[in-house]
Design a protein around this ligand. Structure first.
Ligand code: DGP
Length: 116
């Protein structure tokens, strides 16, 4: 069993972070260290440590993460110009918090996908 991270406390609102969206499967809130005018994290309520730990039973949740991203992009007014969805995995992917999360980034031209 993976260890809980700060994200579980945010889901349960034990750490008071304003939520942009929450339902039975997913939660969304703004990244504490925004890399773009819009930088939102969309996370499953269930603790899944990395994308390596995703199972078939999680497919509904993962699909919900994308439909919520789409909805939030509309609310943020960035859907027409476009945005980027990113999920980092493990050290080479730059993952810092071991509770999977989708970054929704937009509000400016984001440039090349990778800085190499
Ligand atoms: P990643 O590198 O993909 O694991 O991204 C983790 C992101 O989580 C990073 O952009 C900063 C954000 N983050 C970490 N701790 C907190 C927190 O306590 N609150 C919020 N809102 N965001 C956090």
């Amino acid at each position: 069993m993976a260890e809980e991270t700060i994200f579980s406390k945010i889901i349960r609102q034990e750490i008071p972070t304003p939520l942009l969206y929450q339902d039975d499967l997913v939660t969304a809130f703004r990244d504490i260290s925004p890399k773009a005018p819009t930088h939102i994290l969309i996370i499953p309520n269930k603790l899944i440590a990395t994308t390596n730990d995703v199972e078939e039973d999680d497919e509904l949740t993962l699909g919900r993460m994308i439909t919520v991203a789409k909805r939030l992009a509309i609310e943020e007014g960035i859907s027409a110009d476009g945005y980027r969805l990113i999920m980092n995995c493990n050290s080479h992917g730059g993952q810092e918090v071991y509770h999977i999360h989708m970054h929704l980034l937009g509000g400016k031209r984001l440039g090349p996908m990778l800085s190499v």
